[in-house]
Write a protein of this length. Structure first.
Length: 460
């Protein structure tokens, strides 16, 4: 690939990077929605347990999210500066590290499902089911780590079409196995809840293997291994750590906040189980809006990294304003289209009237928060690309733990508004979060965290 591609900031170049990520995210949405829909047609208990286990799974992905943030900043900035060899070193560390971390978490997590779910205040009647789901989920973790990390590498090198094809294939496989093994469609054995987890294991393993093969064939992974230089670790690795540590804490704080959000809902005295099932389904429906924003977030991180690596700070600042603004307007319009369909969507995701009511309540508050949640999500990508992940830690973590959770407890438990009060607290925290991110973009020195200014090594 020609180095000029990494300095292409035209509208066509930007769109070429973003649209495949959007398609990938929508395919992920389809897979997640299928799993929740299937679980809802097995039982409300299965749907609620799946929601908790999925949230635990996201929590266990925190470390790889941190490593991916560091890789995005380091690889995109290196390629923007024309330092290909330096980028290849970062790629090698990222891929190897993702596999090792996944294996370690799988070994450490086995047999602790019941304890984890008990600490999370999961209703006692679904803990045995959740424990079984937990153990099966762990088998998919190493492949999930590798698949996620290699996807970041493809994106950071602007090789976006190959992972797009793979994402479509594995998500089709996941959906077919989910329906087949979960409900007995297509002549497959009806395994119930276990079928949902087997579908994830097979699809994620297939995706990880295909990603690694394509990196090998493209030369990125092979060249990195052949030219590995232990001396580089003392020079290049500190920057990866510098970006990854605050990104990891940001993800940890954010995902822990979501876990406690689930706890707040699950521990409600009268609506715990239905509220939990409603939250699970509502999150999946909301992902129709949120995941495209994440696609822009990750693409914008690469663009910002390329800009700053090439020394084009003014261009980076321009993109940091224009792309979040356009994305917010577009996806807010989509939210307006979804608004009148809340009841219909709830009926599709659950057969239980009480759960349907909770789904509608969740969607009401979170569709109202769309402009704020989309804006803050996309602007977070600016900080990742610049290597300024400490700002994400401060804003996302502060809004989650100082606003969302305390206010959710007050409204939901103390004042008796139950799940509706907790969903309202989510809206308030998103408003504050968006305002703070705008202030960071406008006034903070986020461009001062780039690799070109902070590291001395200059290998090509």
């Amino acid at each position: 690939m020609q180095e000029s591609i990494y300095q292409d900031f035209s509208l066509r170049g930007i769109w070429h990077l973003i649209w495949p990520q959007m398609v990938i995210m929508y395919s992920v949405v389809a897979t997640g929605i299928c799993a929740v829909w299937t679980a809802g047609h097995i039982s409300s208990d299965t749907q609620a347990a799946l929601g908790m286990v999925n949230q635990c799974n996201i929590f266990l992905m925190v470390v790889i999210m941190a490593l991916s943030s560091g890789a995005t900043a380091a690889v995109s900035q290196s390629l923007g500066a024309g330092k290909r060899k330096r980028a290849l070193h970062y790629i090698a560390v990222t891929v190897a590290g993702s596999l090792i971390l996944g294996l370690i978490l799988t070994v450490l997590g086995r047999g602790h499902g019941a304890s984890v779910l008990s600490v999370l205040q999961v209703p006692k009647e679904i803990i045995p089911l959740g424990e079984k789901m937990w153990d099966l989920m762990l088998y998919a973790l190493p492949a999930q780590h590798v698949y996620a990390a290699t996807g970041v590498i493809f994106r950071s090198t602007r090789e976006v079409m190959q992972p797009l094809s793979i994402a479509i294939v594995i998500n089709i496989v996941n959906v077919l196995l989910c329906l087949g093994l979960g409900l007995g469609f297509f002549g497959l054995p009806n395994l119930g809840y276990a079928g949902l987890l087997y579908a994830t294991i097979v699809s994620q393993t297939l995706g990880a293997l295909l990603h690694c093969f394509l990196l090998y064939r493209s030369g990125f992974l092979v060249v990195s291994i052949r030219h590995a230089d232990p001396r580089w670790l003392t020079q290049g690795l500190p920057y990866l750590v510098k970006v990854a540590v605050p990104a990891g804490f940001a993800s940890l704080v954010w995902q822990t906040g979501y876990l406690f959000l689930f706890i707040l809902v699950a521990s409600l005295p009268t609506e715990g189980l239905t509220g939990l099932a409603g939250l699970t389904a509502g999150l999946r429906i909301e992902s129709l809006l949120f995941l495209p924003a994440m696609a822009v977030n990750t693409s914008l991180a690469v663009l910002i990294g390329n800009c700053l690596g090439a020394g084009r700070e003014n261009k980076a600042r321009s993109l940091a304003v224009r792309i979040p603004l356009v994305t917010t307007i577009a996806l807010s319009g989509f939210a307006l289209l979804v608004w009148p369909m809340r009841d219909l969507l709830a009926e599709q995701f659950s057969c239980d009237p009480a759960t349907q009511t909770q789904i509608v309540s969740y969607l009401t508050y979170n569709l109202l928060s769309t402009p704020f949640s989309i804006a803050s999500t996309v602007m977070g990508g600016v900080m990742v690309g610049a290597g300024a992940t400490a700002y994400n830690l401060a804003v996302y973590g502060g809004c989650s733990w100082l606003i969302r959770l305390p206010l959710g407890y007050i409204l939901g438990h103390t004042l008796g508004y139950n799940a509706q009060g907790i969903f309202c607290a989510m809206l308030v925290s998103q408003i504050v979060q968006a305002i703070l991110m705008i202030l960071v973009i406008r006034y903070a020195g986020w461009t001062e965290h780039t690799l070109r200014k902070k590291t001395a090594h200059s290998s090509r």
